[in-house]
Design a protein. Sequence first.
Length: 281
Amino acid sequence: MAITKRIIVLFLVLFVLIQFSDIWVDASSSVPIEKKTPVITAKSAIVMEMESGKILYAKEAFDPLYPASMTKLLTAILLIEHTRPDDLITVSQNAARQPKSKLGLRKGETITAKQALQALLIRSSNDVATAIAEHIAGSEAAFSALMNKRCMELGLRQVYFVTPNGLHDIDHKISAHNMACIMRYAFHYPEIREAIATKSFLYKNRTLYNTNRLLGYKTPEGVILGGKTGFTFSAGYCLVEVMETPDHTHRISVVMGTPNKMRMYRDTLTLLSYPFKETHS
């Protein structure tokens, strides 16, 4: 009996060592120690160094998937490139009828481009995204063409945007890698950096809060500066984030197709807490 117990204890010790240690190698070996890669539930994910564009981690990162409201990052880019902050955007019946999440705009109501950017990136307002599209291009279809043209100009391939807000369309798809590239470009705009880092804003005596619950969160590797959430039943839960490291470099993470909100945040924290040292191959 004593021998049996000793065998069981030895087995448990070995099991724990295997589960929580790196791969063991001889100390004199020239083979580098291989660390465990992060374990996540997302269908697709990526971690990219913003400054260099190096990929630190990738999981099915080049497969086009539904991005949901992460789409609004590209809509925000086009808003900044085609308007001035004090330009007035008039809301159409089509924009007012968009489903939640929304600002609750009515037909004929006006909103400034600056307010539209805040509502778009902080509150993820679908009605505002449609109003922006119609203001810039005249229709959602024309704005879709503009979105895809801009992606081509940025060197992105296998991207196709149909809606300005990310509401489901079977053809509306982008990869995690290309989504990271869009965030990398968007972050050059101070207006976007400010908006995604804002926890709340006041609109007509209403305080509206950021949909991103990781804003300002500190990980062992840095501080999360901001990002963009996304959800539809077809897309699952999606999130793109930017983190600043202690040496003032930045990492972009994207998770797509997570099964619930908790997993979306947990996967993101797993990726942004991991001490990546080398480019993922």
